[in-house]
Write a new protein. Structure first.
Length: 81
C-alpha cells in the first residue's frame, strides 16, 4: 500500500502490499499501525516514525506488518533491518 508515495516507493524499492483493509488504512492520517494475520488493524500508539526510538517496545506487539501513515524514516527502515 504505497499509492500515496509512488516516488518514495521507487526510491526505496518497497513492495506494494494489497489488503482487504486498503480503504480503511488510507483513512488513517497519522501514526504507525499494525495489521495482524487476520487483517485486523491495531493502533500502536506511536504517532510518528520519528518517535520510534522511545516506542520500540510497542512495535511488534501485534504483528510484523506495519502501516506508516506519514514519512517512512531512515530510522524506521534501519530498525526493521
Amino acid at each position: 500500500l504505497i499509492s500515496k508515495t509512488a516516488f518514495l516507493h521507487e526510491l526505496i524499492c518497497l513492495p506494494e502490499w494489497e489488503s482487504q483493509q486498503n480503504e480503511t488504512l488510507l483513512q488513517i492520517t497519522n501514526g504507525l499501525w499494525a495489521v495482524d494475520a487476520k487483517g485486523e488493524i491495531h493502533d500502536l500508539g506511536i504517532e510518528s516514525a520519528f518517535l520510534l526510538e522511545s516506542n520500540k517496545d510497542k512495535l511488534f506487539t501485534h504483528s510484523h506488518t506495519f502501516y506508516v501513515s506519514g514519512a517512512v524514516t531512515a530510522g524506521l527502515l534501519n530498525f526493521l533491518r
